[in-house]
Design a protein around this ligand. Sequence first.
Ligand code: ADP
Ligand code: MG
Ligand code: MG
Length: 918
Amino acid sequence: MTAHETDKYVYDFAEGNRDLKDLLGGKGANLAEMTNLGLPVPPGFTITTEACKAYLATGREPDGLAGQIEAHLEALEREMGRRLGDPDDPLLVSVRSGARFSMPGMMETVLNVGLNDHSVVGLARQASGSAGPAASGGSADPAASGGNDRFAWDSYRRLIQMFGKTVCEVPGEEFEHALDEAKRAKGSTDDLDLDADDLRGLVEAYKKIFAEHTGREFPQEPREQLDLAIRAVFESWNAERAILYRRQERIPADLGTAVNVVTMVFGNLGPDSGTGVAFTRDPGSGAQGIYGDYLANAQGEDVVAGIRNTVPLQELEQLDPKSYHQLLDIMARLEGHYQDLCDIEFTIERGKLWMLQTRVGKRTAAAAFVIAGQLVDEGLIDLDEALHRVNGAQLAQLMFPRFQLDHEIPPVARGIGASPGAASGTVVFTSARAVELAAEGRSVILVRRETNPDDLNGMIAAQGILTSRGGKTSHAAVVARGMGKTCVSGADEIEVNVPAKRFTVGGHTVGEGDVISIDGTTGKVYLGEVPVMPSEVVQYFEGSLDPAHIDNALVRAVHRIMTHADDRRRLAVRTNADTGADAARARRFGAEGIGLCRTEHMFLGDRRELVERLILAATDADRTDALAALLPLQRQDFVEIFREMDGLPVTVRLIDPPLHEFLPPLEQLAVNVAVAQERGEDVAKEEALLAAVRRMHEENPMLGLRGVRLGLVIPGLFAMQVRAITEAAVAVTRDGGAARPEIMVPLVGAVQELETVRTEAEKIIAEVVGDSGVEVLIGTMIEVPRAALTAGQIAEAAQFFSFGTNDLTQMGWGFSRDDVEGAFFWRYLELGIFGISPFESIDRDGVGRLIRIAAEEGRAARPGLKLGVCGEHGGDPDSVHFFHEVGLDYVSCSPFRVPVARLEAGRAAIETTGSDSR
Ligand code: ADP
Ligand code: MG
Ligand code: MG
């Protein structure tokens, strides 16, 4: 290979900044940013993600990397006035992973690199200097020298332990055992009781463990330690747990991790040293104030490991007021700089504060809204930015009822929050028992190791589902989300014993009949019944909380951001509602009309008899009679809905399901007939029904006689509905209201179908409307792929299109939704065939393409053609962004999803303005 200029693989902290996260990882980019702000960051450098990717691709360090590390290390040694692992006065470093997206606990860190049998002595001597090891030079302070042998040997044993475990895969328990042994010999349970001699002995024991497991001595050469640790961090990117975590969080697999090499500072040098973590606001509620934990005389990993109890950060004010106030200043600066909640890691070494990490902190859904609102108040961000920082998934979470926990009750187990909500109920272990108890009106929680398609009925009957195995894409999780049911999956501390009808967890045994509570948002499981309280956010949307007069930061923030989303959005938001009551509620939630009013339910209940008469009609006259009897009932339904939606458009879909769905099931009828015949009763009517059901039986009802096909086959059916809708609109309008009906024909695949229906409908409308001034639009659903592909023709006959994305997805993929979701979607998700069910979030590439084609060709044929979407995708955040991009006029979704769609439509609008290139 010829010599060529190699890439730059190593950046000094002073060379980077926070925008270089792709290259330097989050930790490295933010260490650089803090360095350049002049904050006290221990000097160091970052090896790029590019170097990691090159290493992972070829199995060896890329050309030039070793030399660049050498150069940066030398510069660091010059700056610190010490050499790595120098026996007299060693420089020590930490080697820390840091990827583009934070993957907590997934990857490796090694502290105290540079210690060996010689430099441990130098470290002890150096630590006697009053300024401590991180400052160059420093005079001896006799008073402080007492514990320094101890400190040095403690640091050395930590290095062997971390290095052994993370770099050489020595089982961590081996070291833990040896440590416990040393403490037992001392008659103590606290690390701090081990003195220098004990720790020196422990180092010997650790070295033996290391040699036994690796077949070599613990490396004494500091530079070799460094290189091996860097390599281990590279490799940790592909560790199994990291791969699983990325899949779970949908983090791309090819980003690689950066490696940060950071001068060590020591929080374990005595009582005037320590380490801590802090948030600039409460990440739980968003409340302003200082939130954090501090641990005196400790290194950072002790805080995480929970070996000793931390104290609230506020106590640092007593212990070290100077560092405390400096820390508060720095936190305020970081917030101002990042314009967001930050979390930080810091260490105090003998009264000197060092910043070891910062990033924009994770937060709960409630805190996200509250903080965004506060930052607007503080003038740090504008409302667009606030809107950008929250999302529909968070809002949806806030609309679920929550457990009322006055004081934190300890959960008995914690799994994955697989489907949000809060549920309490009696434990059952089988689907059959769930169905039985639910039928008695009891609230039940179905507990299983994992669920399978046989559990479907039990899952429907249960209030919540708890499994001890499986993640966010397990059968239980996928099906529960589809049903909107609370689910905690993968609570692996729970031992489920179905035959014995009990489970055990942490020493408790819970049997059938006992009550538990599960939180599908946090994944927590509680024994007993925890009271559930309604969502304040829902109360606000319902209009029972006035944001101007209540002392609730969350509701105020939601109100403010929602108002802004409404100002910004271009998409209108309608609702799917079949009754006046649903329409009224959706209107309070902000719906601007009805996008889908199904007429099916108007054929149920006590109206079944009329439907039977219709189906069994032997003559035209019989059928006309049945329809005439249905007409006033239908009209009254529409009157109620038009009143509630006064002034707003209401899209009514003509009847869609196969008519035999309104008749009793075949088996039941057959039994009834047989029994009645046995008794010698008159069964003429039942026999006729049975014959009709047999005649109308279909192998694939979803693809059979339904939708527009019914209207073309059964004379007078659609005409009756059109008349009922129009008469209702005229009646409401004559009463001083404003009805805006839009009649929608389902399942159209060809323009000829729609034209036939329209010709008949227009005659009726013209006759009924008279001089009332009512205007009735006629349009179609686009839910059959052929309709999408011939949209140019169909638009000639349609005044609007409404995309029925559920059917379009079913027919686009050839999936029967009721069959596939429970049967095998978990496998498809596991294999990554799709990242999310196409029924949950629109499949942009396939089904989305059909929508694009139909929108473009429809509008080309009829400029200004009104385009909307009904179906559950209308309330899904990512799908809403897609519908915005395609240029639809509105989305329609269930009442509860209306606020989510409003918010996301606003976010979609600001995101496209931000990068508008059209
Ligand atoms: P994680 O990403 O798991 O938080 P870190 O790289 O931040 O891992 O390091 C783990 C712990 O070690 C942290 O508590 C951190 O504060 C501490 N630590 C890392 N580097 C140093 C250093 N140079 N000096 C002192 N403590 C350090
Ligand atoms: Mg780590
Ligand atoms: Mg950290």
